[in-house]
Write a protein that binds this ligand. Sequence first.
Ligand code: GLU
Length: 621
Amino acid sequence: MPQRRRTSLLALAGLTAGVAVAGPAGPVSAAPTAEKVPLAVGTGGAVATVDPDATRIGLDVLADGGNAADAAVAAAAALGVTEPYSAGVGGGGFFVYYDAGSGEVSTIDGRETAPMAMGATAFLGEDGEPLPFADAVNSGLSVGTPGTPRTWERALEEFGTKSLRDVLSGPTALARDGFVVDETFRQQTADNEERFRLFPATAELFLPGGQLPEVGSVFRNPDLARTYRQLAARGVDSFYDGRLADEIAATAQDPQEAEGVPEAYDGLLTSADLAAYDAPLREATKVEYRGLEVYGMAPPSSGGTTVGEALNILDEHNLASIPAADRLHHYLEAGALAFADRNAYVGDPAYTQVPVDELLSEGFAAERSCEIDPTAAAVKPVPAGVPDGEYAPCGTADGASVQDTAAGVSTTHLTVADAEGNIASYTLTIEQTGGSGITVPGRGFLLNNELTDFTFAPADLTQPEPNLPAPGKRPRSSMAPTIVLDDGEPLMALGSPGGSTIITTVLQTLVNRVDANMRLDEAIAAPRATPRNTASVNAEPAFLQAHGAELTALGHAFSETAEIGAATAVEFLPTPEGRTPLLLAAAETTRRGGGSAGVVDDVYATTTTKAATDLAPRLVD
Ligand code: GLU
C-alpha cells in the first residue's frame, strides 16, 4: 500500500513485516494479543472490540491471511456468542469499509426494516397515545427484519477473501465450546433477568438452570452453533427463506410468553418481509476536518450527517490552541446544533427527502457556527437550521426545535485494519441490551427491538416528522462507524455503542485525538459529555469533576450519568517507507468492563508507558 506522508518514527524504524522486535517495554511475544487490554501496537493487522474472544477470533482470521472484511465478519459473529445482548443475527447494523486497492470507502446498510404491514400509527394505542415504551420494547411489534446475516454475506462478497463457512468456523467453535462468563455478561443478564423470564425460550438459554450465569463459569450456546453451521453450509439465504425465516416470523408474530404473564404485543413480521430483505450499498458521507477526510454512515443512520455537520461547524474554529474548557464549550454547542438538524431532517431516505449534501455543506456549517457564542452557552434546545442552500454569514437562521427521541444504550462496535491498509468499521446492534427479550426457540439468538427507534408520534404537529413508521421503512439510527483518511491514505477508524450518544462519543473522541492531540486510547478514555440539544447535558462524573465548574459558568447545565459509550478504534501510525503499516488498536479502559485491543504481531509487550510522542503523532499543525 502507499505510505503515509507524515514523518517516520525513528524509534520504530527497525520494524519489518511480520517480525516481532524488542520494544521499549522489553522482549516481545510474536503470539497474537487478545487480552482485555485497551491498547496494542504492532503490525500484521489490528482488531479492537469489547471482548477478548472476539478480538482473538478476528486476529486469527488476519493471521490466517484474511483481510479486514473477513476478520470483521468473524469478530462480529464471535460477538454474537459473547455479546448476545448487543449483537447477533437477530439484529442489524452498518458496515463501513476502506478498500486499500481502490482507495474507496463504501458502506453497507444492514438496518432492520419495518414489516410491510406496519403503518404510521403502529406504536399508538387505541386511545391514540404512544404505547408505553417498555411494553413496546418487550414485544413482537418492535421486531424488524434482521439485517445482520445479509450484511455479513454482502461484506464478504464485496470486500472479503474468505467464504462465510471459513469465517464462521471460529465463532461456531466458540458457541459450541463456550466462553468464560465475566462480570459484564453476568450483570447484563441480571439487568435483563425480569424480562428474560417473560419468555421461556429466552430464560432457558440465558438463565441456565433458572439461575444467573456465575462469573468464571463456561457459557455454551449449542443452538447458536447449529444456526451458524446452517449459515455456513446452506448460506445466508437459508436465514431469509425457508424454515428458519418462518420460525423468526412466527416468533415475532406470536411471542410465547411464560404462563401467567400479560401477553406481549404481537408483531407484524412475515416470512415475505424476510424474503424481501436487502442490505444495500450506500454512498458514505464525507467531510473534511482539519484537512483530514472523515467518512461516515449515510441515512437511514444519522451518524454520518450529524458527526459530519458538527465537525464542519467546529472546523470554523481553531480548537487546538485554546484551553480545554473552551474547546469543550465549542464541542457542546456544535453537538447541540447538529442534533437539532438531525432530529428535524434525518430519516430513511427512501421515505423522506434528507438534505444530506446541504447538511454537510460548508455554507450551512458556516451559518450554523454563527450560533456559537465563545463566551456563553445557547439556551437549549436550539432550533433546527434551514439547510436550503441559501446561507447568510452569521445571519439569523429560523427553524423548528425538535426534541431527541428515546434510544437504547446497547450495541457494539468493532474496528479492524489489515496489513494491506484495508479498514472495517462496523457497528451492530439488536437495539436495547437484550433486544426484544424474545429468543427464537432452539436457534440461540435474540430478536431485535429496533423498530422502537421509530418516532412513535410527532412531537410537533406543525413540523414534518421524518422518522414515523411506514411499511418497509428503516428506523433512523445513530450508529456512526467512521473512517478517517489523510490525503487518501488510511489514518484512523472508530465507533461506539450508546444509542444517540454514539454520535457524540465519536465526535468527542475525534476532537480529543485531532485537536487535543491525545493518544487514541487516551482520547477514548477521556471523560465524556453528550450534547444532544437537551436542556441538561448528560456527563460522566469525571467530566464534571474536571470541567463542570468552568462550563457551568458559561451557562451549560449537566446531569450526571455513570458511563457514556464503549468505543473501539484503530490508527495507522507513521511507518517508514517500504515497511508494513504500524497499527495502534485502542479500546475502553474501564467502561462496560473494558475492551480488548489486539494486533497480530506485537511491538510492545505491555500496554503501559508508551512514548506519547511516538504513538500520538500530531495530526494537524
Ligand atoms: N438502536 C440504536 C441506533 O440505531 C442503537 C442502540 C444503542 O446503541 O443503544 O441508533
